[in-house]
Write a protein that binds this ligand. Sequence first.
Ligand SMILES: *Cc1c(COP(=O)(O)O)cnc(C)c1O
Length: 398
Amino acid sequence: MNKGFNSICVKDILIEEHHAHVTPIYATSTFTYADLDAAFAYFRGESKQHTYARMSNPTTDAVAEKIALLEGYDDENPIKTYGLLFGSGMAAIATAILTCVKSGDTVVTQANLYGTTNEFLTKKLNDYQVNTIYADLNDVDVLDNLLQNNSSIKLVYIETPANPTLACYNIKELTAIAKQHNAFVIVDNTFATPYLQRPLFDAVDIVVHSSTKFLNGHGTGLSGVLVCKDKEIYQKAHGILKTFGGIISPFEAYLLNNGVKTLPLRMEQHMKNAIILANFLNNHAKVKKVNYLGLTSHQDHHWILQQMKGYGGMLSFEIDTDIDGCIRFLKQIKFCTNTGSLGTADTLITHPCSTSHSNVPEAQRLAVGITPSLVRVSVGLENIEDVITDINQALAVV
Ligand SMILES: *Cc1c(COP(=O)(O)O)cnc(C)c1O
């Protein structure tokens, strides 16, 4: 019988003979062999035992397997998936991209991409003759035209919902077009998590996460995840992980495992709080615009439940003021936490234009709705009244 999603989250995968209830931390760089023949068998590729912790570690592998099961989860027809953990979301993203492209290839992606992913594609991959085209992925015909006219396009890279405006892209339609032209598709599923969105069911090749965010859920460490369905892709990605060395420490994998156990509960509470806060902001005289998928005013509200199971815990809003008024608001915040990152238990407030997106050119920022008075909120698990009281008193000083 297939186990339910929540059950996969809470049950640990047994990895050792002592029957530890919780996946233990294997703090060891190497593993020994029963005898010399076993060692030689390993190096002939005839044995699956652990040998050196850059190749594999029991803690890491168990947590990777759990998250891979969640990305492949379906009540009736789960799919076979393979997972890898990394030391950060960027290590997972860089590995996923390098698995799909080589020198001479082109990547198509969206302009409103996570800042460092943008930097990797333009500043780093450009040095290795990989080009990146930014396209309006809201219009599937744009992608179709590009693919028809440029046979060097080998990868379509999608981040949905996107940071910080929660713009969404249609994974199913974009992937169908990419597949007609034999291009790989990667989806950054950080904002939704597998609880709300499972892109591998739409023929996507690789799902990546910054598990630093909702999957860890407590802000206790950086980590990244790569999940795919194809064994060859998995082996290639593992080869990159092994040679670039961007592994997660088993301690961080342990923390990630702890976080995943409460993922469904947390996501439900993030969403309950987010819709209440979004409605409050929507009715506030000093707020010009609220970007939350659960509001009918959001551009993607009408279709997004075809792709996601809920509206998520992230929102952003524009204060009816200039940059100075916005900074007065941020300085007045007392209860919520003013910081970057997202997906933690407490509410985090960020000013994208001067922090997370400060290295995006101004024209590109404005084109995707990142104005000087835009504030992003990762809605936490507090009593939402306390968050509202704080934001309300801070709005009074703009
Ligand atoms: C944070 C984030 C990343 C990068 O992850 P790190 O764990 O910081 O390396 C990538 N994509 C999205 C959507 C993110 O929010």
